[in-house]
Design a protein around this ligand. Structure first.
Ligand SMILES: NC(=O)c1ccc[n+]([C@@H]2O[C@H](COP(=O)([O-])OP(=O)(O)OC[C@H]3O[C@@H](n4cnc5c(N)ncnc54)[C@H](O)[C@@H]3O)[C@@H](O)[C@H]2O)c1
Ligand SMILES: O=c1ccn([C@@H]2O[C@H](COP(=O)(O)OP(=O)(O)O[C@H]3O[C@H](CO)[C@@H](O)[C@H](O)[C@H]3O)[C@@H](O)[C@H]2O)c(=O)[nH]1
Length: 480
């Protein structure tokens, strides 16, 4: 029986390996991690991550051909194929701080593989890594090996959170990069055969190592660029009376552009886009391409601008101060159908409002109070380290309260901000919410999911990203 071991039982390692186990009953899959609580959770009824459809698959395979363990060395030693899906955070200190990828966890995983291996192995980069990482990993593995042969493959993951299982079942493509040598081609073929159990062969793309590594960074940069492009247009729409939804629709019907990923928002979040673009910018700089670096950096700058613009709009609309005013936040996760808050725009919006001394009351159906407090107290980029290595926040933010009900969160509030597009926010009883709020009652829709006309009929003053402004907001200049 072929044995696969995946180092890193996170948002990528967990779902990816669960799907491989489901689709390949003849393969034994072990997912290992240094975090004991994470592995305990994978072995319990309360999985460590929320992802629609995941629980059913884990229940079906766990204990049969899918195992979760902290015995990292044992499973690596026994495996034929080792996936590495560990954190690759942005460096916070030293050379490349604030941009470059920190490969500490990757390097320690590679050294451990070299130390414990007693047979030839294929080592697969699943984490998103800088171009040429495979070369460095190869050196670590070869240098330490005792005649053992390692083949390195790059197999970046393209799943999006909230739709991970659907994406894994039916990927647009699977990308495998390898060395262009007979051994490299064999390794690529071996991995291809795993995916071919459920992915049509013409959707399995094979390339050289560097193309696979760079394609992942490029794909995320292109996706994020679309959002920054539509968000840049949203600012112009507000100034001109155009409606960004209409503009995006008109633009997206051009088959060369396409309709997806053109929703204006308070800004993109998530663990990948910012980190991967910063990494791309750094690689461009290191390769003597400052113009290319500057081009991609602009995608992040517009995203920061959009989050600031949103906060400024709230404050300026509310007589230029939110000091001691209660602002209800609906949604804290970086997108719907996930409890993940990594780089969520809600953190920047809340910090901006707290800077203006607001009292904040938050409701999100999937995010706990402990997580929100951690996020608001944590330094930028600290979130992307294994849980037990993250600095603990010494204090909680007192002006923040977390509620388990939208009506409770919005009670007596001066304003409501929608920051995640959870479906349930569309069908709330907004008349009831309005009746229980201070007047004038404001709603700032950062996701364009609410029925603006209906809200205005009720009596709300409404701001929606990139939509024609109502009279109140026009008279209150946003200082952007
Ligand atoms: N989250 C996504 O949607 C997504 C999608 C595609 C690619 N990626 C990339 O995949 C990688 C992992 O992302 P994630 O979201 O799964 O991160 P994560 O933080 O959820 O999981 C990483 C896990 O690796 C473990 N780990 C770290 N070092 C280890 C070691 N030496 N030995 C054993 N375990 C170790 C950590 O404890 C953690 O549980 C990153 O490079 C990310 O950029 C993420
Ligand atoms: O039109 C859009 C689409 C998305 N977003 C926001 O963009 C962020 C990222 O969304 P999404 O890409 O759906 O989720 P991720 O899980 O971050 O997935 C991205 O990042 C992963 C990690 O690299 C890749 O594997 C995926 O292909 C890539 O879509 C979220 O805050 C969304 O709300 C918008 O504001 N407007």
């Amino acid at each position: 029986m072929v044995k696969i071991c995946c180092i890193g039982a996170g948002y990528v390692g967990g779902p990816t390996m669960a799907v491989i186990a489901l689709k390949c009953p003849h393969i034994e899959v072990a997912v290992v991690d240094i975090s004991v609580p994470r592995i305990n959770a994978w072995n319990s009824d309360q999985l460590p991550i929320y992802e629609p459809g995941l629980e059913d698959i884990v229940k079906q395979c766990r204990g049969k051909n899918l195992f979760f363990s902290t015995d990292v060395e044992k499973h690596v030693r026994e495996a034929d194929i080792v996936f590495v899906s560990v954190n690759t955070p942005t460096k916070t200190t030293g050379l490349g701080a604030g941009k470059a990828a920190d490969l500490t966890y990757w390097e320690s995983a590679a050294r451990m593989i070299a130390d414990v291996s007693a047979s030839d192995k294929i080592v697969v980069e699943k984490s998103t890594v800088p171009v040429k990482t495979a070369e460095a990993i190869e050196k670590i593995l070869m240098h330490n090996s005792k005649g053992i042969k390692f083949q390195i493959l790059s197999n970046p993951e393209f799943l999006a959170e909230g739709t991970a299982i659907a994406d894994l079942f039916n990927p647009d493509r699977v990308l495998i990069g390898g060395r262009e040598t007979p051994e490299g081609f064999n390794a690529v073929q071996t991995l291809k055969e795993v995916y071919a159990n459920w992915v049509p062969e013409d959707q399995i793309i094979t390339t050289n190592l560097w193309s696979a590594e760079l394609s992942k960074l490029a794909a995320n940069a292109f996706l994020a660029q679309r959002i920054s492009s539509v968000n840049a247009m949203s600012a112009l729409c507000e100034s001109t009376g155009a409606d960004v939804t209409q503009v995006a629709y008109a633009v997206g019907t051009d088959s060369r552009i396409g309709p997806k990923f053109l929703n204006a928002s308070v800004g993109f979040g998530g663990s990948c886009f910012q980190k991967d673009i910063l990494n791309l910018v750094y690689i461009c700089q290191c390769n003597g391409l400052p113009e290319v670096a500057e081009y991609w950096k602009q995608v992040i700058k517009i995203n920061d601008y959009q989050k600031n613009r949103f906060v400024n709009r709230i404050v300026s609309s509310m007589f230029n101060t939110v000091s001691n005013k209660k602002v209800a936040i609906l949604g804290f996760a970086f997108k719907k159908d996930t409890g993940d808050t990594r780089e969520t725009p809600a953190i920047d919006v809340c910090k901006g409002l707290l800077g203006d001394k607001a009292q904040i009351s938050i409701y999100d159906p999937q995010v706990t109070e402990e997580q929100i407090q951690r996020d608001l107290a944590m330094k930028k980029f600290d979130w992307d380290h294994p849980l037990h290595l993250q600095p603990m926040s010494p204090t909680t933010v007192k002006q923040v309260s977390v509620k388990w009900d939208a009506y409770e969160a919005t009670k007596d509030a001066h304003a409501v901000c929608v920051l995640t597009e959870w479906d349930e926010f569309k069908s709330l009883d907004y008349q009831k919410i309005f009746d229980n709020m201070q007047k004038p009652a404001f709603i700032f829709d950062g996701r364009n999911v609410l029925n603006v006309d209906k809200l205005r009929e009720i009596g709300f003053i409404v701001y929606s990203i990139g939509k024609p402004l109502d009279a109140w907001l026009k008279d209150m200049p946003a200082f952007v």
